[in-house]
Design a protein around this ligand. Structure first.
Ligand code: NAP
Length: 479
């Protein structure tokens, strides 16, 4: 029996799943995508300067190495182009339904199938694979008076390209990874830029470089070179960045690198003081950028650390007074901890996933949830990283799910055992205890109660090992 599979989302995760199914000759799948193109976060985030701070040769599929990357750290159009090429090359588009949001998925126990609901209809599938991502729903702040603003306002992930910021007074609220990338571009054209920083981030340099024609030709004609380069990046981040997050040896050197970077790029001691974090490095996502600090030192840019009290028609009011603005950019991040919140997911016995996760989302291996048979998650709870490529994690998860398909085809819907989940939870909590994310900082890695729901506390090598193949004893089957 060939299971029918609903894949929700056509970003890195959904495409990876579809491609592996295609490669296995399984075409009984449908990808539901709420947007008008593939690409996920790389379709949504079109703000000026958008890019990735993981080197392109690692931030790409291992099975679809790309020799034509034009630079070490890819920019958004190039990553989106890569994903579009993958969708074309592996022939997934005929099974892709764009502009089709899944609103509900219900496990029909009598049928052993999932009923997947979109605005247009209900359809039955044996398996649901969620690939909706963690950074797909913009988080607007809850600041009084936002609707009274007279100018133009938008979120960084919903950039209004019809509004020209040239010569305007611009306010950017937030100073995370997205803000750090867009601020230098906005500062180039704006008449004045106020950057509203609530918490300073640790910032390390981004050693970007252009791959010239010679380098690209070498990667193309000497596949070993590309493999070796990818492997080198992988081992480098795993052996030097990961220990800094796990209370290991590299925390001090990484911290020094960030402070040296700050000293090198920001001569003004008052501004430096504003930009110096007071929590351990890695607790929040470290920003990797070499253009952010220089932009903040421009005379027309102010870093405002006074507390925002409200938005008024003319701009942003702080405890120290009004900062006038023609445009406000909310670089305020995403709703990250309520996974799958836009879909009503109902499992065995009428259990609602949102209710099961009210104290924090969790899944065995980040992939499977008790009472939700044949539901698999990509980039699910506790699979985000602070140091390496999510694409690597997604490939591990897809390989694991591919390993589940013959089992569920033979033995009926498979559901992770509650005792497996309990062991997983215990081990995860123990591992989480040594991670820097628990230190005194707020971050999108945690839910409102302060539980780290998003990040994987181990190495990616360990994750690859434990997801190599499904253990049948971890699951119960219907037959
Ligand atoms: P973020 O890291 O969550 O940053 C949100 C920013 O908005 C923070 O500075 C936050 O301040 C501020 N903020 C939120 N609510 C606020 C309020 N009410 N008043 C004032 N400030 C407020 O979001 P992001 O920058 O979009 O990045 C999210 C993630 O996307 C990154 O961590 C990264 O994983 C990914 N990303 C990656 C890249 C890349 O290069 N690979 C680029 C962009 C994004 P506090 O810190 O005080 O909360």
């Amino acid at each position: 029996m060939r299971p029918t599979i609903a894949i929700i989302g056509a970003g890195f995760g959904g495409l990876c799943m579809a491609i592996q199914l295609e490669k296995a000759g399984i075409r009984s799948y449908t990808i539901f995508e709420k947007g008008d193109n593939v690409g996920g976060t790389w379709r949504d985030n079109t703000y000026p300067g958008a890019g990735c701070d993981i080197p392109s040769h690692l931030y790409s599929f291992s099975f679809e190495k790309y020799s034509s990357w034009t630079r070490r750290f890819p920019e958004q159009p190039e990553i989106l182009g890569y994903l579009e090429k993958c969708a074309d090359k592996y022939g997934v588009r005929p099974r892709l339904r764009l502009n089709t949001a899944v609103v509900a998925a219900t496990f029909e126990e009598s049928l052993g199938k999932w009923r997947v609901r979109t605005a247009a209809r209900d359809e039955l599938f044996d398996v649901v694979v969620s690939a909706v991502g963690q950074l797909n729903r913009p988080q607007l702040p809850d600041i009084p008076g936002m609707s009274t603003f007279n100018g133009t306002a938008f979120h960084s992930a919903r950039w209004d390209h019809s509004f020209d910021l040239t010569g305007k007074r611009v306010a950017v609220i937030g100073s995370g990874s997205s803000a750090a990338q867009l601020i230098p571009k906005v500062a180039e054209v704006a008449d004045h830029l106020d950057v509203f920083q609530r918490t300073p981030n640790w910032v390390i340099p981004k050693a970007d470089a252009v791959f010239g024609a010679g380098a690209r030709a070498a990667f193309r004609h000497v596949p070993f070179l590309q493999r070796a380069y990818r492997e080198w990046i992988y081992r480098y981040v795993e052996s030097t960045l990961y220990p800094a997050l796990a209370g290991g040896w590299s925390s001090g050197p990484l911290c020094k690198r960030a402070l040296d970077h700050l000293h090198d790029q920001v001569p003004d001691p008052l501004l430096r003081a504003k930009l110096t974090p007071d929590y351990p490095i890695g607790c929040k996502r470290v920003v990797a950028d070499s253009k952010f600090y220089p932009a903040l030192t421009r005379p027309k840019v102010d870093v405002v650390t006074d507390r925002i009290t409200r938005i008024v028609p003319g701009g942003v009011e702080t405890a120290a007074g009004l900062r006038e603005a023609d445009a406000i950019v909310y670089a305020t991040g995403f709703q990250t901890s309520d996974f799958l919140a836009s879909i009503q997911v109902t499992g065995r016995g009428g259990r609602h996933l949102a209710e099961e996760w009210k104290d924090g989302a969790e899944a065995y291996l980040g992939i499977a949830v008790p009472h939700f048979p044949n539901l698999f998650l990509l980039y699910g709870p506790n699979t985000n990283l602070g140091h390496s490529s999510i694409v690597f994690m997604i490939e591990c998860q897809v390989r694991y799910i591919m390993g589940c398909l013959p089992q569920l085809a033979a033995r009926g819907p498979m559901e992770v055992r509650p005792e497996t989940m309990a062991t997983w939870r215990r081990n995860l909590e123990a591992a989480m205890g040594r991670m820097v994310w628990q230190a005194g900082c707020t971050s999108w890695y945690k839910n409102a109660a302060g539980r780290v729901t998003n990040n994987w506390p181990g190495t990616t090598t360990a994750y690859r090992r434990i997801t190599r193949a499904p253990r049948p004893d971890a699951f119960q089957f219907s037959h």
